[in-house]
Each structure stands twice: as structure tokens, then as C-alpha cells.
Design a protein around this ligand. Structure first.
Ligand code: GLC
Ligand code: CA
Length: 543
């Protein structure tokens, strides 16, 4: 019987069930994180830019990711890699202009990629017009949008900056102001309604230009204890993030109302999403940020922080599945980003680190939910050694060199194996961070056509993840057996598995299924048994 359809496309026949809501793209997307300054330089000034990224969209479409998240593109004071924003509704001239961003969004859509921006609501740059006005006049309305305290001998409380030293600095006229990061990043006072109103305009400004959402920086911040009471302990985060010792600075209950308002704005723009950076030790608290009326997802950093052993990885996976499952949100898995040491190095460096990073990639891409893939991980880039004089990271600079800082994971991308690795059109351009002499060996041009390269492994995995939706959307169970970790994902049509050998000996795994992909050339399968060499992973589809 023909369905009768109204003009709006809605069924008017009561016997025809309404079509189920489409599965939203972000629930299973692979989002590629572009460190804009280091991705591709179009005009030869040694700085990556929007036109350079636009020209490389075919590469990202070929790789097979679903969306891009671009690190901050705003005019910035340059104190923290763009996370000190001077103007939230503009593009830093180093990167282009708003028209370039619109062109990027349009071109990306044409090749099936969505663009997600980074938004930084916890703090502005000290160069922001509000902070400048507040410096000039303590009584102006803008001063109420930050945390100022009158001159006194001692800072108002014991809060510490995440980048080292006290979280309070003085203005030239002797007042104190709060900065939980660098002194050039004064924290906003979200109890001032003007702050909230201004960010809502910012969201709409970019959503109106077609972006698909935002990665929300320091989403567990924004509100501080109303009485600015001392923290019970000093800055000493646990492995997995901040805990009760930082109770007065992070995770105040009021912050959830901000995400409810932002969610309702996104709901006006179809297919957009918010993904929050929430670095709290308690994963159940993190999950609360992705309740159905708050952000769509909150990044899960457990994999990125787990030691290379099956118990740690199994706990990372099941605790995240449990915590986010409770609120109905997908887990957003992360193995690397612009703040952490590159995987190859973190997992032991050299051939060992590479083998483990390749296996870890197969593991992450086999998990249900979304995955965040940091540019350059698909090339197996190691952490680069950066000379102290070339370092830009405030973590290095403010710790007096005691902490290495994050520059080594932010080196320009190697596109080809010629002089300058094809980052700038003119190989002679001085890149904004020095490129190691051997960077060409990781170049896209070297790996793209080579079977067994890390780039081909990622590309193959991304294609198989699409072809076998059980990976990204199935129901996962995690088990360990000695050195072997198995994730089994039951989908509607088939059941797939990722098996990882994290030990030093070859492991024999019995399985009646077909091998789809393996991270090592030395994986063998015969007669229902798969031989997995040390530090390797395999994808299987069960018979
Ligand atoms: C987030 C960013 C980091 C930045 C910090 C302050 O943690 O990922 O790069 O330094 O926020 O904005
Ligand atoms: Ca440039």
C-alpha cells in the first residue's frame, strides 16, 4: 500500500510507524584533530593556515575520517598556542580570515567532512578588550567579568596555576587577578551574565557559518567557589585528572547550566554537537557533562593515560563504557592530542613504541563510540626533541625548564620527503617550530602507497570501521587473559573482535573467524588459531 505523505514528508497514516530518528553522526564519528599552526602552510611564512588545510582536505577524505576539530584559530596573544583568545568572532591573520573559514567549511562538506571549532570559555587573553578595559579602570563593567581582588600582601587564596606558580598575579596598580593557567589567560567570572550572553553570540556566529559544533576547552572550569575558599590541597592531579584536592576551582555545580543553554542553542542547528574537555579524576563526574540535555559528549582520556598492560587498558575501557553508558552518551576515545607526548614515544619509542602505537590504534578504532585522532598519529610521528631556545610552551617557560612542555607533539606535519618536508610551499621557509632532520621519513608521500605503513594501517582501519558498523556501534565486552586483551563488539548483523597481545611472547588465540586486519605483518592465522606476536593487534569477524 502506498504511504500517504504530507507535504512536510510526515506520514499521515496512523498505521505507519514514524521513521526512527537517524543515528547522529557524532556518536560514532572519527574526528581528526588539526593542530592548525602545524598542519599546512599555504603562503610560506612557516605557519600553518586555513588555506593550507583547505588544500589538504583531499588527504583527509582519502584517509577516511568523518570530521575535523581545529585547534583555536582566533586572534590570540600567543601565550598558550592560541588558547589565549583576543577576539572570539574573528580569525587570526596568521591563519586567514572569516571568509577562509567559511570556504573551508564549504569545501569540507563537499568531500563529506564536518568542521568542529575549539571554543575557550574559561579564560580570555590578557589582550582581550574586556581585560584591557578592566586594567585601565577598576570600576568599569568589564572588570566584573574577571576575578579581581583588592591590593593586599598575600594573594586571596592558595590556588595554584596548572602551568606552575600561584593562580593569582598582580595588575600594575597592585590588584590581584585570577588565572588558573598562564598569567596571560585571566579567568572569566561566569557569575556575570554578560559573559554568558557574549559566548552565546559567539556560538551563533560560527554556527551561522556552517560549523558542526565545538570542542569546549576546560569545560570543567568556568565557575569557581563563590567565596573563593582555599583548596584543600595543592595542585597535584592524580593520573586521571583533578580530584577533591582542587574542589574549589573545578567542577562547580553551576557549570552544568551553561551546557544546558549551549545544548539548546545547538539544538537549533541540525547535526551540530559539543564535546567537552573534562579532566576530572572521577569518571562518573565527567559523564555528567554529557547528560542528554548537556554536551553531546565529553572526551575520555583514560586510554591516553593507561600503562601498556591489559589490566590498565581493560579498566580504562570498561570504566568509560560504564560511566558514559549510565547517561546514554557515547564514549569519545582519545589516544593522543596536542597536550600529551606522542604515542610512539609514550609507549617506549623506536620499533617497540611503534608496534604498540599501531596496536593501540586498532584497539581505539574498534571501540564503540567516537574516536579523536590527533594529526600525525596516523604517520606514527614520535615526540620530537625541541631545543630549549625554540620552545614556545608556557608549561616549559613557567616551570623554569623543569617540565619539558608540549612543543614536541606540535611539530609541523611532514607531507613529503624533500627539503622542508612540504609543510611550506617554499622549502626554505623557517617553520614556526623546528622540524627534525629525519622528519621526511614519516612523510605522507612515503607512506601513502606503501603496504604495511602506519598511514595505510589507519586508512584500512577507518574503511573497515565503516564497513563493519559493529565496531563503532555494537555492544562491547572487554576481557583479559594473561597478556591478551579482547574487545568483543556485538552488532546487529555480526560480531567483531579486536584482540591485542600486550606481552613479550607470541600469544595463540583460538578463534573461529576471519581476520580483517592486523597491526603486524607477523600475525598468522590457521585452523582456528591466530598467532599474535608481542605488541600486536588483530581485527576479526566471527563466523
Ligand atoms: C586545554 C588545552 C590546552 C590549554 C589549556 C588552557 O587543556 O587542551 O592546550 O593549554 O586548555 O586553555
Ligand atoms: Ca602560513
Amino acid at each position: 500500500m502506498a504511504r500517504r505523505l504530507s507535504l512536510a514528508g510526515l506520514s499521515t497514516d496512523p498505521r505507519v510507524a514514524p521513521a526512527p530518528a537517524p543515528f547522529p553522526w557524532w556518536r560514532s564519528a572519527v574526528v581528526y584533530q588539526v593542530y592548525l599552526r602545524s598542519f599546512a602552510d599555504s603562503n610560506g611564512d612557516g605557519i600553518g593556515d586555513l588555506a593550507g588545510l583547505r588544500a589538504r582536505l583531499p588527504y583527509l577524505a582519502w584517509l577516511g575520517v568523518d570530521a575535523l576539530w581545529i585547534n583555536p584559530h582566533y586572534p590570540s596573544g600567543g601565550a598558550d598556542g592560541g588558547y589565549d583568545v583576543v577576539d572570539y568572532r574573528a580569525v587570526d591573520p596568521d591563519y586567514g580570515d572569516v571568509a577562509d573559514l567559511e570556504a573551508l567549511v564549504d569545501d569540507a562538506r563537499r568531500v563529506g567532512l564536518r568542521v568542529v571549532l575549539d571554543v575557550v570559555p574559561n579564560h580570555t587573553s590578557d589582550q582581550h578588550r574586556w581585560f584591557q578595559a578592566a586594567l585601565a579602570d577598576p570600576d568599569c563593567p568589564e572588570a566584573g567579568r574577571y576575578h579581581f581582588a583588592p591590593p593586599s600582601e598575600e594573594p586571596p587564596n592558595n590556588w595554584q596555576s596548572l602551568f606552575g606558580g600561584p593562580a593569582w598575579s598582580r595588575t600594575p596598580d597592585g590588584r590581584w587577578y585570577l588565572h588558573l593557567f598562564a598569567p596571560e589567560q585571566p579567568d572569566l567570572n561566569w557569575r556575570d551574565p554578560e559573559v554568558a550572553a557574549d559566548f552565546e553570540q559567539t556560538l551563533r556566529f560560527w554556527l551561522d557559518r556552517g560549523v558542526s559544533g565545538f570542542r569546549v576547552d576546560v569545560a570543567y572550569g568556568l565557575y569557581k567557589d563563590a567565596a573563593l575558599r582555599d583548596n584543600p590541597g595543592f595542585y597535584a592531579p592524580t593520573l586521571f585528572g583533578h580530584g577533591p584536592e582542587q574542589a574549589m576551582t573545578w567542577n562547580q555545580p553551576e557549570v552544568h547550566d551553561v551546557w544546558r543553554r549551549w545544548r539548546s542553542i545547538c539544538d537549533e542547528y541540525p547535526d551540530t554537537m559539543l564535546v567537552g574537555e573534562v579532566c576530572l579524576a572521577d569518571l562518573d563526574q565527567v559523564a555528567l557533562y554529557s547528560r542528554p540535555d548537556e554536551m553531546h559528549q565529553a572526551l575520555s582520556f583514560r586510554l591516553l593515560k593507561s600503562a601498556w598492560d591489559p589490566a590498565s587498558f581493560a579498566a580504562a575501557i570498561s570504566s568509560a563504557l560504564d560511566a558514559f553508558g549510565t547517561v546514554g552518551a557515547p564514549v569519545s576515545w582519545v589516544l593522543g592530542n596536542h597536550d600529551k607526548e606522542r604515542q610512539v614515544t609514550r609507549f617506549g619509542g623506536g620499533a617497540l613504541g611503534r608496534a604498540r602505537a599501531r596496536a593501540a590504534a586498532l584497539l581505539m578504532l574498534a571501540l564503540p563510540g567516537s574516536a579523536y585522532l590527533y594529526a600525525g598519529e596516523e604517520l606514527g610521528l614520535p615526540q620530537a626533541a625541541v631545543a630549549d631556545e625554540a620552545k614556545r610552551d608556557p608549561i616549559f617557560l613557567r616551570s623554569g625548564g623543569a617540565r619539558a612542555g608540549r612543543d614536541g607533539c606540535r611539530i609541523p606535519m611532514p607531507w613529503n620527503a624533500t627539503d622542508g618536508v612540504g609543510f611550506s610551499p617554499d622549502g626554505a621557509a623557517e617553520p614556526w617550530l623546528p622540524i627534525p632532520a629525519d622528519w621526511g621519513r614519516y612523510a605522507v608521500s612515503r607512506q601513502a602507497g606503501r603496504n604495511g605503513s602506519t598511514l595505510q594501517l589507519y586508512r584500512r582501519a577507518l574503511a573497515l570501521r565503516k564497513a563493519h558498523p559493529a565496531f563503532a556501534t555494537g555492544t562491547a565486552t572487554v576481557t583479559t587473559n594473561g597478556d591478551v586483551l579482547t574487545v568483543r563488539c556485538a552488532g546487529e548483523e555480526e560480531t567483531v573482535r579486536c584482540v591485542v597481545n600486550m606481552g613479550a611472547e607470541t600469544a595463540l588465540v583460538s578463534c573461529s573467524g576471519t581476520v580483517l586486519l592486523s597491526s603486524s605483518r607477523r600475525v598468522h592465522s590457521a585452523g582456528g588459531t591466530v598467532a599474535l606476536p608481542p605488541n600486536s593487534a588483530v581485527w576479526l569477524v566471527e563466523d
